[in-house]
Design a protein around this ligand. Structure first.
Ligand code: PMP
Length: 310
């Protein structure tokens, strides 16, 4: 029998099913929360799980709090410790993902701001297999991405995902795997839970952070990795028709890692399989994230590492 998943909830470790919040809370009634999804990668040689760019995720969580008007009651180091503690309690020695969510409990309405509480929930989540060529088929959604004048997409708020939900439901109903959304100017924005990158004529192209996207940590990682090579990159406004002419398209994000898009609307992308740039970047990302490649040590936080085995 697999053991029950334990979460960190309001300062205590408990089975997920025992955690309770008020049905009259702003979070339950109006979807008020901010959160982060953080990947952890198991490295057998180091016998450790490495959390990818944990401090950058914490910085973004605090930025989300600031904009949405929530005072986080925890210091970054307390959240870091809660994340590490809950992985220990679940005894994960495997690839995983951790969700750290700040929410508002107690009876309240959409503009209530207290009490801010937190849960941290890890789940086993294997990494993408680099040798798997298969990609997903996407469509350009008729729904537009929320924008900075209404619901800032750089805030990682649960409610923002309702925009992605409309697009996702539409894509599935039309027989596609997922949507890519345009911004309010009709330019390529992002996926429902990931950023978009394309490769055309040997160049990596992605929309800017002012293009109604989340300021993605994976996107930043990949841009840094490519900019250290001789492959040109363009961070700029992207037209919809460029998607149809791209040699490769992939989504990137903590959940998506790098997910090849091998069909877009009625067009096949490349030869309909994961392209060489996508594959090389996925491999480079995973090698750095799991500690196989010692580059960028500050991007990794060991979970099991102690001073004895460091
Ligand atoms: N855009 C959206 C809407 C997302 O939900 C995510 C996932 N967090 C991303 C982009 C990718 O961000 P990151 O690389 O920081 O996970």
């Amino acid at each position: 029998m697999p053991q029950k998943r334990k979460i960190w909830f309001k300062g205590q470790i408990m089975p997920a099913e025992d955690a309770q919040i008020s049905v009259l809370s702003p979070t339950a009634q109006f979807g008020l929360n901010v959160f982060e999804g953080i990947r952890g990668y198991w490295n057998a040689d180091s016998a450790d799980v490495f959390l990818f760019r944990l401090d950058d995720h914490l910085d973004r969580l605090f930025a989300s709090c600031r904009l949405i008007g929530l005072d986080c009651p925890y210091a970054p180091d307390e959240i870091r410790q809660a994340i590490i503690q809950v992985i220990h309690e679940n005894d994960y020695h495997a690839d995983l993902a951790v969700r750290a969510t700040l929410f508002v409990d107690g009876e309240g309405t959409w503009h209530s701001s207290t009490p801010v509480e937190m849960f941290v929930a890890p789940i086993a989540k294997p990494r993408r297999d680099v040798t798997n060529d298969a990609g997903l088929r996407a469509c350009v959604s008729t729904w537009r991405r929320i924008d900075d004048l209404s619901m800032p997409p750089r805030v990682k708020a649960g409610a923002n995902y309702i925009n992605g939900r409309y697009a996702h439901l539409e894509a599935k109903a039309a027989g596609y795997d997922l949507p890519i959304l345009l911004d309010s100017d009709g330019k390529v924005s992002e996926g429902a839970g990931s950023c978009v990158m394309l490769v055309r004529d040997g160049m990596l192209i992605t929309p800017p952070t002012s293009g109604s996207i989340l300021e993605s940590i994976t996107r930043d990682t990949l841009l840094q990795l490519v900019q250290a090579t001789d492959m040109p990159t363009e961070v700029r406004v992207v037209d919809r028709s460029e998607l149809y002419l791209a040699d490769e398209i992939f989504l990137c994000g903590s959940a998506a890692e790098l997910t090849p898009i091998t069909g877009i609307d009625r067009f096949m992308v490349g030869d309909g399989r994961m392209g060489p740039v996508t594959r090389a970047l996925l491999a480079a990302y995973l090698d750095i994230a799991d500690g196989t490649d010692p580059a960028h040590p500050t991007w990794r936080t060991g979970v099991w590492l102690t001073e004895d085995n460091a």
